[in-house]
Write a protein that binds this ligand. Structure first.
Ligand code: UD1
Length: 341
């Protein structure tokens, strides 16, 4: 498969998709976006064009539209598909479980149906560390037991299981499952980044808005965890490193690597207070915080063992927490309202 292979990114206009788009193009691939813009804004496309200096090939549509995806597969003869189109909010999934099943499992089912009618059997899937439930220890290796504690996690587990069944049924499938830890940061240009709708649920975008003065203070959810400073510890990974992990996964599969499931993190855990302090240093802004009760469903500590990704894909994260904070801050400072349109 030539390095100029066209690659379909479902959900490619989103936070992780847009960074992966740039990384694929820089690696010599021809990325094509399919996105229904339900969770992101079309303004990202102009930014992608500014970064890459090339027109962006993007189709507005739903991955659940089997006929549309079949037509795209026929027209572009993709070497691989990266399936990122999915909902990711735990709280929303608890309130609207059916939407999560329809969108995340339904989208995956439809994509596989469409791919079955094409010659493309190479797929990279965005899974999540959420499949480890409440892990018994850290660092977490890929053979840890899997479980779910909310409908979002259930959909990720179900998709992973469906992909295993597809591989068992037809060995021609080459499937790379990437279990993301906590993606943060933004492109170094400051042109693309995370643009959450409404109040951010996740720590880093919330901290960024406090630093920018858009929110008065951070609520630190839980100070009595069994961690060095009592606050929750996570394995934050720079979105640029995550984008490179997708490039490495696509390359490995196209070069004949068997299917795999790997953790994508840094192997380094950071507490909520460490992140807050690092962001203060990066931004030069004070970040007031208040101690608050634990968030329901949160776990004390998530930290990846990333040895398998390094061994199989030759990939490892390169960016530090300071880089993650500096890049998030540049994006936040330059785009206080995210993408305008
Ligand atoms: C969350 C999801 C996870 C999902 C990921 C997507 C939960 C329980 N988990 O991960 O399934 O894959 O987002 O990106 O929602 N925190 C605060 N104050 C805040 C926000 C967060 O103290 O305002 C703390 C949390 O308690 C946690 C840490 O910051 O200890 C990270 O939280 P967050 O960024 O939401 O990520 P996860 O909970 O790890």
């Amino acid at each position: 498969m030539p390095s100029r292979a066209p690659i379909l990114i479902t959900g490619g206009a989103g936070y992780i998709g847009s960074h992966t788009y740039v990384a694929l193009l820089e690696a010599g691939f021809l990325p094509v976006i399919l996105d229904n813009f339900s969770r992101c804004k079309p303004g990202v496309l102009t930014r992608l064009q500014a970064i890459t200096g090339q027109p962006v090939v993007c189709y507005g549509g739903n991955v659940s539209d089997v006929v549309l995806v079949q037509e795209l597969l026929r027209q572009h003869k993709f070497g691989a598909v990266i399936h990122m189109a999915g909902f990711k909010s735990v709280g929303e999934s608890v309130a609207h479980p059916l939407s999560y099943v329809e969108n995340n499992i339904g989208g995956m089912t439809a994509l596989l149906r469409a791919m079955e009618t094409s010659s493309c059997r190479t797929l990279v899937f965005s899974s999540s560390a959420t499949v480890y439930g409440d892990p018994p220890a850290a660092p977490i290796t890929e053979d840890f037991p899997r479980s779910h504690t909310n409908p979002y996690g259930m959909t990720k587990l179900a998709c992973e299981d469906l992909l295993s069944a597809m591989r068992a049924a037809a060995p021609a499938w080459r499937i790379g499952v990437l279990r993301y830890f906590n993606p943060v940061g933004a492109h170094a240009s400051g042109l693309i980044g995370e643009d959450p709708t409404g109040t951010p649920n996740n720590l880093m975008p919330f901290v960024a808005q406090v630093a920018a003065g858009q929110r008065a203070y951070l609520s630190v959810h839980g100070v009595d965890y069994d961690t060095p400073d009592g606050t929750g510890v996570r394995d934050y990974i720079h979105v640029q490193d995550l984008a490179q992990a997708h490039v490495a996964a696509v390359k490995a599969l196209l070069e004949g690597e068997e299917s795999f499931t790997v953790n994508v993190g840094t192997g380094q855990g950071h507490s909520v207070l460490e992140v807050t302090k690092a962001f203060e240093r990066a931004s030069g802004q004070a970040i007031p915080y208040r101690l608050a009760p634990r968030r329901p469903g949160d776990v004390a500590q998530y930290c990846a063992d990333c040895g398998l990704a390094q061994k199989l894909l030759g990939w490892r994260a390169k960016h530090s927490l300071a880089d993650m904070c500096a890049d998030t801050w540049r994006w936040q400072r330059d785009n206080p309202n995210g993408y305008d349109a």
